[in-house]
Design a protein around this ligand. Structure first.
Ligand code: VNL
Length: 390
């Protein structure tokens, strides 16, 4: 009862604020960045924090006469915490933009606050298709899991992989990965013969991998969130599944650049599909990777970093286009349709769906200068979210 009263009061306060927020802002433009800096998803928060700071260092801390203030908050990857933090950022700090969002349930939990307060919510990490439909104030600069899953399901059957077992984390993006991979593989003449789901929190992959070994498919297709790929790789190799003739494929979350170089040579030749590789061969990406590593003791940027970096670009350019007017609706309009070169390659924000459109690359783990990288060998250009045409 008490909790309900509190929530109602907050909702009213948030709604009232929507009308006055533009006036409340003087010379500063505030970005509330909510990311997991502790807990199981800490690497995602660390990557995004580093990328947003790099963007500011490279592009200046003021835009159109406004001083940019980045307020960084750790939600530990817990949706209830993110929601409370988002309310505080909107009501007390009067932020102009909310950004970050390491996991799908977090993005969804904050969406009603973005809607009520008319605050743009920039999704820099989470990737379930449905997220952009949770609020008209959501803009996504990360990627969508159906984009990756469909790209992989197009590649696999052309390369001798017909019978597949899927293994996914049991929540939004995992269910998207399972469904979109399965439907597309079937369409392409292949077949998913078993679908396995592992818990998001503290997963033990061993019993699932044992089962896959017994089934002996052509390949195992995996989606686990950033940070969990190394554990899957380790147990896959320990069980000798590669030697038993089972190929490992997945979305690029599996061969995450944050962990890849520590996975060992057993990861060589693993093929994944994704929008970003630190080895993407463009001048802009080389500059990005070098600057990121230099500023972060050699840490290699991963796809989370690029989602954060591009999210800052979208915010900066919206503020510039609106000549420093920080109102939510004007900013949102200036974010829709932005088209630019990202370290990932060309990308744009679809004005209709507010979702990211970009290239999906097929990549194979190879050694370059003694280090493991996802080396891109094929591309599907300008891919929209396949989940949007349901
Ligand atoms: C999500 C999707 C999270 C892909 C991830 O890592 C990821 C999500 C933290 O939507 O929750 O790699």
């Amino acid at each position: 009862m008490k909790k309900r009263l509190f929530l109602t009061a907050t909702a009213v306060a948030v709604a009232a604020l929507g009308a006055t927020s533009a006036m409340a802002q003087a010379d500063t433009f505030k970005i509330g960045l909510i990311v997991p800096l502790t807990g199981q998803q800490a690497s995602t928060g660390k990557q995004i924090e580093a990328a947003t700071k790099l963007y500011m260092a490279q592009n200046g801390a003021s835009v159109a006469g406004k001083k940019i203030e980045l307020i960084i908050k750790d939600d530990g990857g817990i949706p209830d915490a993110s929601k409370r933090i988002a309310q505080e950022l909107v009501v007390n700090d009067k932020v102009n933009v909310l950004a970050g969002f390491g996991l799908t349930p977090i993005a969804l939990a904050v969406a009603p606050i973005a809607t009520q307060s008319k605050t743009p919510q920039i999704i820099m990490a989470a990737a379930t298709s449905i997220i952009t439909e949770a609020s008209p104030y959501i803009i996504r600069t990360s990627f969508t899991i159906p984009q990756s899953a469909v790209a992989m399901a197009d590649w696999a059957p052309k390369n001798g992989i017909k019978k597949v077992v899927t293994l996914v984390s049991d929540y939004g993006p995992g269910i998207d990965a399972e469904k979109f991979f399965k439907d597309r593989l079937l369409f392409n003449g292949g077949q998913v013969i078993e679908s396995l789901r592992v818990p998001l929190r503290g997963p033990d992959f061993a019993p699932f991998l044992q089962k896959v070994r017994d089934i002996k498919p052509d390949a195992l297709f995996v989606f686990v969130p950033s940070g969990a790929g190394a554990a899957v790789m380790k147990q896959f190799l320990e069980r000798g599944m590669d030697k038993a003739g089972i190929k490992l494929i997945g979305t690029g979350d599996l061969t995450d650049d944050d962990q890849l170089n520590d996975m060992g040579d057993g990861a060589l030749n693993v093929v994944t599909s994704h929008h970003y590789s630190a080895a993407h061969p463009s001048a802009l990406n080389k500059k990005f990777v070098d600057a990121f590593e230099k500023a972060n003791k050699g840490l290699r940027p991963n796809f989370m970093a690029v989602g954060g970096y591009d999210g800052m670009r979208v915010i900066y350019e919206a503020l510039r286009a609106t000549k420093g007017a920080g109102g939510g609706d004007a900013l949102l309009a200036a974010m829709k349709g932005q088209i630019f070169e990202s370290p990932r390659g060309p990308m744009f924000i679809d004005a209709q769906t507010r979702d990211v459109v970009h290239n999906m690359y097929l990549r194979k783990v190879e050694k370059k200068d003694g280090k493991l990288y996802n080396v891109e060998f094929d591309v599907i250009k300008d891919m929209k979210d396949p989940g949007k045409t349901r």
